[in-house]
Design a protein around this ligand. Sequence first.
Ligand SMILES: O=P(O)(O)OC[C@H]1O[C@H](O[C@H]2O[C@H](CO)[C@@H](O)[C@H](O)[C@H]2O)[C@H](O)[C@@H](O)[C@@H]1O
Length: 257
Amino acid sequence: MQTLFSPAGEAAMHEALSLRPLLALDFDGTLAPIVGDPSAARASARTAEVLSRLVRQLPVAIVTGRAVADVVGRLGFNPQFVVGNHGAEGLPGTDLRDLPPELDLWRARIMGDFRAQLEQAGVMIEDKGHSMSFHYRHAPDREAARDAIHAAIRALQPAPRVIGGKCVINLLPADAPDKFRAVSTLLRISACGSVIFAGDDLTDDVVFEHAPAHWLTIRVDEKPGSRARFSLSGQHQVLSFLERLEAMTATSMLSPD
Ligand SMILES: O=P(O)(O)OC[C@H]1O[C@H](O[C@H]2O[C@H](CO)[C@@H](O)[C@H](O)[C@H]2O)[C@H](O)[C@@H](O)[C@@H]1O
């Protein structure tokens, strides 16, 4: 994996733009910096300004672990697509109100039998309709908090798919679409020729792992062993990446050669 701000990264951006790409972006840790309180996360005004111009050049999708209704007010611009719950919510053709029945069973079990232990361990439960997240960023003992979360997960029927993250453990129905499936579906719907995808977290790895070679995949925060083609050194570089992309759209998309 090499840095996007390199000759190879520039060439890859030109190549991707010549194919009329879908620009698909993760939210937390990519468009918005990681903050201690999930309800305080926002894309910066400058990021929103660049993206509100880019949506006129390219289809833009937000593909986030958050619920759709939660993320839309944090963006500051209107993308063509918003898919939430790690790919499980909001794909065109699905109904936002169709909630998976497993969540009712899990919610009842967790709130009935595990809520007190989880709260005592400093775990914050985020119920997102199509998935649940257990945050342990502020737990006094993170290992004890993770143990409490895994004890609760082991009691759930049917067994959920478990995705880790930044001080968070997420539960989804085993057959829920993941971010790769979501991005692939949006690519087909938007009739684009490629994808530019940026993400920073374990929930984004499935895209890096399965992306065809012509997709431009970017890991925000370098991670050894990541299957992304390029990296940014942190969320602070995302605005520069978007500005560079905007500057290149004028030429690259007009001259595919
Ligand atoms: O796929 P993403 O858009 O990256 O969403 C992943 C999770 O992001 C949020 O949690 C993370 O960000 C919070 C705010 O910076 C931070 O406080 C927390 O520790 C992180 O795990 C969100 O709350 C989750 O629902 C998402 O699944």
